[in-house]
Design a protein around this ligand. Structure first.
Ligand SMILES: C[S@@+](CC[C@H](N)C(=O)[O-])C[C@H]1O[C@@H](n2cnc3c(N)ncnc32)[C@H](O)[C@@H]1O
Length: 299
């Protein structure tokens, strides 16, 4: 039986915990549109200076693969981030409207600040509950997003729902079997110096078969996949390290949680793995993404 003072202390602790939870929720809802799940993506400048710039290189290859954006089309870019794909669609196709949607308030504000196109708009939204009516778009695309969503099947079904019959729906994800050399080299080194290091779980859709299964399970027709490969170049090892440690992806939290000593051990291991015996200088890697496309069945 709890004493009276014990009960009072318990009640106070409960109130403090509830208050903390509330403050955290309020803080999260300023980072991710109200009530949406928190994710890694909050700092738009850092993302754009790092991985976001590679998204821009990837975007034209992805659009060429989609091969279904026609003059006058309304296109939705789900998980648009800072807008690399959205802007490339606006610049290279004759779509009449391009809407980018993302839960990260910081990314959406960044994209809005860059936008000079009257036919492009950026909105806060969750891929798993898209705030659009059935069949509102001619085409729906998504670059490097589906692996971050807790329920990719729901997101794929939502993309199909908001797309007109016969319209194309496509996504792409970095390869998970060695083709995304930047993250592969990083996690190889991390696992070699730290037995507790775990390759991130966001790699689950990084293969042609996983994406194709996801699209077939989501009832798309004419499902096709393609490997998209881009070069990734760094001016020096420090340039390479700086991208990893500032990235908005999984390496950053891993690196930030290491002690200074362990961070240095990892950095030196990576330097040796990448440069070998040659002097510091430019580093050339490749990054492969897998893309899948399908159409919304007409019948
Ligand atoms: C690696 S970034 C890719 C951004 C952009 N598509 C690009 O190619 O640069 C992953 C994006 O997925 C978004 N994201 C995460 N969870 C999401 C969700 N549930 N719905 C929509 N987007 C989501 C993040 O906010 C982030 O902008």
């Amino acid at each position: 039986m709890m004493s009276r003072s014990g009960a009072v202390i318990f009640l106070v602790q409960l109130l403090v915990a509830a208050q903390r939870h509330n403050v955290r929720r309020q803080f999260q809802s300023t980072l991710y549109g109200g009530g949406m799940e928190p994710n890694l993506h909050t700092d738009a400048d850092k993302y754009q200076a790092g991985m976001g710039s590679w998204s821009k290189t990837l975007a034209p290859l992805f659009i060429e693969f989609i091969d279904g954006i026609k003059e006058g089309d309304r296109v939705l870019d789900v998980g648009c981030g800072t807008g690399s794909l959205t802007f490339t669609i606006a610049d290279t196709t004759k779509a009449s409207t391009v809407v980018g949607t993302d839960p990260s308030v910081g990314y959406v504000e960044y994209a809005r600040a860059q936008n000079s196109h009257p036919h492009v708009a950026f909105e806060i939204g969750d891929a798993q509950k898209l705030p659009y009516d059935n069949g509102s778009f001619d085409s729906c695309v998504s670059s490097l997003m589906i692996q971050f969503v807790s329920d990719a099947h729901t997101a794929a079904r939502e993309m199909r729902r908001v797309t007109k019959k016969g319209g194309s729906v496509a996504t792409c994800v970095w390869d998970n079997s060695g083709g995304m050399e930047l993250s592969e080299r990083f996690w190889d080194a991390a696992v070699a110096v730290d037995p507790g290091a775990k390759r991130p779980g966001d790699r689950r859709y990084g293969s042609a078969s996983a994406l194709s299964e996801l699209w077939i399970a989501s009832a798309f027709a004419n499902v096709e996949t393609r490997a998209l490969v881009i070069p990734m170049e760094f001016s020096s090892f420090d340039d390479f390290w700086s991208l990893l440690s500032n990235s908005q992806g999984p390496p950053k939290p891993y690196i930030s949680n290491l002690s200074d000593d362990r961070r240095q051990i990892l950095k030196e291991r990576l330097r040796t793995d990448i440069l070998g015996n040659r002097p510091d200088g430019s580093i050339k890697l490749h990054a492969k993404a897998w893309a899948v496309r399908g159409t919304v069945p007409v019948g």
